[in-house]
Design a protein around this ligand. Structure first.
Ligand SMILES: Cc1cc2nc3c(=O)[nH]c(=O)nc-3n(C[C@H](O)[C@H](O)[C@H](O)COP(=O)(O)OP(=O)(O)OC[C@H]3O[C@@H](n4cnc5c(N)ncnc54)[C@H](O)[C@@H]3O)c2cc1C
Length: 391
């Protein structure tokens, strides 16, 4: 099998890259180890930055998003039983975010790819990237019980944190920056209308809580829990009780309960692999970097990477110039590190670190108080949340 761009992974990064290349007349093959239903049901991100919305629209993948997505003009911070709303458009010159689940972004891109794009092979597991620093890189993969080889001009690893593509880069050519957090998020999906019309980020002595939503009738809520928590040890009632405690306010706000349809625990990690290129192998999205979900940045970074890479590949194939491909890693990493910083700041401001001293807890409150009372600090949060500019 042969193609111009071999893409490993059909998450948002791989699917969008295939779409952008297709629109530019460049052929690609996408290899995805899981089946279609799994990829379309995997619950993850839900916040699209303005730049992500613009890229999806320009790619012709924004029709359902524009119909069903919910524009959000702010978030609420809760601390000390008080509420403070951050007004995005007022603080950023008009920017906002869109609530539209990653599952839906993937469904839309998969449908387009299968209808109009190049091959998208499900249950096709990449085993290794070979010859990354040669002119003829290839992906060895298993599909339908057989091993095969995909020969390419370029390979793009969009296979997430646990994928194989990063392993093809020799350790001496790379540098890894990493931080694990001693807590994770217990996330639930519940068939109940959201109890607030915008996301609520709550700092509480018992730990962080987040109220978010997937649609006007489906809520998505999270609780900070120890990293090694088994989600099944939390009964539904226990989860609702704890959410109620951590989201409590001094006014008459109440949390609506409903049937929980899904629960799982997500570990929290910061991770950056530099550079994001080795020869003709490029890394994009979670394959190259991970952020804790507090800043809602992971999916948006993946979109930023592939938008930059698609432009560079088109430029190379149309003009023969390697200039943009050579700049790819540095350009993406500038944005990645801003998102890493923002996600780290949000995480450490809102979560209760095990063993935190009383002094550190007061500092957290002081940081929140600063945002609530100083327009410059609030604008900094609003700019980070709505997104660092795409290249
Ligand atoms: C609970 C949670 C909440 C989140 N909330 C947000 C949010 O609000 N906003 C936000 O922007 N981000 C959020 N994120 C992060 C976001 O989901 C990820 O950053 C995003 O999925 C990255 O996309 P990706 O395409 O790079 O990787 P992935 O979505 O991980 O896709 C990688 C794909 O590669 C496939 N694959 C792996 N190995 C192989 C192989 N060997 N061969 C073939 N295929 C392979 C996988 O099956 C997968 O389909 C959240 C994440 C979690 C877990």
């Amino acid at each position: 099998m042969r193609t111009t761009v071999g893409i490993i992974g059909a998450g948002p990064a791989g699917l969008l890259l295939a779409r952008l290349l297709h629109n530019a007349g460049i052929d690609s093959v996408v290899l995805e180890s899981r089946d279609r239903a799994y990829v379309e049901q995997r619950q993850r991100a839900g916040i699209l930055e303005q730049g992500t919305v613009d890229v999806l629209r320009a790619a012709g993948a924004g029709e359902r998003m524009d119909r069903e997505g919910l524009r959000h003009d702010g978030i609420e911070l809760r601390f000390g039983r008080r509420r403070h709303r951050v007004d995005f458009p007022a603080l950023t010159g008009g920017r906002s975010v869109m609530v539209y689940a990653q599952t839906e972004v993937c469904k839309d891109l998969i449908a387009l790819q299968l209808k109009e794009g190049g091959p998208l092979l499900f249950e096709a597991e990449a085993l290794a990237v070979e010859g990354a620093d040669s002119d003829r890189p290839a992906v060895r993969f298993r599909h339908g019980g057989r091993e095969d080889v995909l020969e390419c001009d370029y390979v793009v690893g969009c296979d997430g944190f646990w994928g194989v593509s990063r392993r093809a880069i020799p350790a001496e050519s790379a540098r890894v920056y990493e931080r694990a957090y001693p807590f994770g998020w217990l996330g639930i999906l519940a068939d109940v209308a959201p109890s607030h019309d915008e996301l609520v980020y709550a700092r509480h002595e018992r730990g962080f809580a987040l109220l978010s939503m997937r649609s006007p009738s489906v809520s998505r809520l999270y609780l900070q829990v120890p990293a090694d928590t088994d989600a099944q040890t939390w009964s539904d009632e226990h989860i609702w009780d704890e959410l109620e405690r951590r989201l409590e306010t001094d006014d008459d706000w109440t949390l609506e309960r409903g049937p929980i349809t899904q629960k799982s625990v997500t570990p929290m990690r910061s991770f950056v692999h530099e550079p994001m290129r080795h020869g003709r192998l490029f890394l994009a999205g979670d394959a190259a970097h991970i952020v804790p979900p507090t800043g809602a940045k992971g999916l948006n970074l993946a979109v930023g990477d592939v938008a930059t890479l698609a432009k560079a590949l088109v430029h190379r194939l149309r003009t023969g110039s390697e200039e943009l491909l050579d700049a790819y890693s540095d350009r993406c990493l500038r944005r990645v590190w801003q998102a890493e910083r923002f996600s780290y700041d949000m995480t450490t401001m809102l979560h209760r670190a095990p063993g935190a001293t009383a002094f550190e807890e007061r500092l957290q409150l002081a940081r929140l108080e600063r945002i609530a009372t100083c327009r410059a600090a609030e604008a900094d949060l609003a700019e980070g949340y709505t997104g660092f500019p795409l290249d």
